[in-house]
Write a protein that binds this ligand. Structure first.
Ligand SMILES: Nc1nc2c(ncn2[C@@H]2O[C@H](COP(=O)(O)OP(=O)(O)OP(=O)(O)O)[C@@H](O)[C@H]2O)c(=O)[nH]1
Ligand SMILES: [Mg+2]
Length: 305
């Protein structure tokens, strides 16, 4: 399933990153000629947006090479080079959700504490809901009563059901109930919320494996998506988190939340480079509509247009 995003919303959500990648770069190039000093300064700007050393070096090398060959004569061309190099660094990534051939599609949502899991689940549920899909939520974050309550409040707002137990219940047992309910109710999309956990806590990481196995035993092929929610404002640490989560329970993609809260939105390029995982959605605010299915081309356009 492919969703279509809106460029203007993405532009607003990316305003902090745009202030570096668009404003600062444009200001740098204004009335300047291309020389070593300009390109060095450009390199600094790209690094400060968290694009990553590897991609930045490649872009700067490309610019220097083109300059030497006489293809880059005017600084106004630099943005075009940047856009095209960033687009190719992000490849053809598009937000597709892996949908079950038949029966419920199960999306397991994981991540460290406070990255935006529950909010992102509500946003996803809303997207599917608007697409006419029957959505069911599962409150497998039984760690705190408030967490169950938070998901229940969203479910009421969205008009979708939630499967819950009392706090302290076994998260895998709640997942079991939810899988059964999804089958019985002919749910299209079951989204499972889990408690935030530090990727360094082995026992908590193993718990995810248990939830996953329960879902898989009830619904063949489940979970069809295991999304790691990363907080974009944590920058490079998110990459470490992704590596450990991926080892504990194979991930199918990243939901990059809070992209609106950082000027280092270039992290999306570093993620793409360092993890062999697609960014499937980005979160650009606290409201239900503040979600964008990720599209590399659109992302770069939103940064520079
Ligand atoms: N600005 C902004 N805030 C966000 C975004 N996504 C989530 N938040 C906020 O981040 C905070 C934490 O969100 P939650 O959804 O509760 O995070 P969580 O990962 O479920 O937290 P735990 O369950 O405690 O681990 C809330 O205040 C959200 O409103 C986003 O895309 N942008
Ligand atoms: Mg939560």
């Amino acid at each position: 399933m492919i969703f279509n995003g809106i460029l203007s919303k993405l532009k607003t959500g990316l305003s902090k990153t745009r202030s570096i990648l668009n404003t600062d770069v444009t200001e740098l190039l204004l009335g300047r000629k291309i020389d070593e000093e300009t390109l060095d300064r450009l390199e600094e700007i790209l690094i400060s947006a968290d694009i990553g050393v590897e991609t930045t070096t490649k872009i700067i090398e490309h610019l220097k090479q083109s300059y030497k060959e006489g293809n880059l004569t005017d600084s106004s061309q630099v943005i075009d080079y940047l856009k095209s190099d960033l687009k190719s660094a992000l490849n053809q990534d598009k937000a597709g959700v892996n949908i079950a051939a038949s029966g419920p599609t199960v999306i397991l949502v994981v991540g460290v504490n406070g990255t935006g899991k529950t909010t992102s689940i509500a946003k996803l549920a809303n997207l599917f809901n608007k697409d006419g899909k029957k959505v069911l939520l599962c409150a497998s974050d039984t760690f705190r009563a408030a967490a169950i309550e938070q998901l229940s409040v969203w479910s009421e707002r969205l008009g979708v059901d939630v499967i819950r137990q009392q706090s302290g219940a076994d998260p895998a047992a709640v997942a079991f109930d939810a899988a059964e309910a999804a089958l019985a109710r002919k749910t299209d999309i079951l989204i499972v919320d889990t408690a935030g956990r530090l990727h360094t806590k082995t026992n908590l990481m193993n718990e995810l494996g248990k939830i996953k196995n329960v879902l898989n035993r009830k619904i063949p092929g489940a979970p069809h998506e295991t999304l790691l929610v990363l907080d974009a404002t944590t920058g490079q640490n998110g990459i470490m988190q992704a590596k450990v989560f991926h080892q504990a329970t194979p991930l199918t993609g990243i939901f990059l939340a809070k992209l609106d809260g950082t000027a280092k939105g270039g992290i999306i390029i570093a993620i793409k480079k360092q993890l062999a995982l697609p960014v499937k959605f980005v979160g650009i605010g606290e409201k239900l509509d503040d979600i964008e299915p990720f599209d590399g081309g659109k992302f770069v356009d939103a940064l520079f247009d």
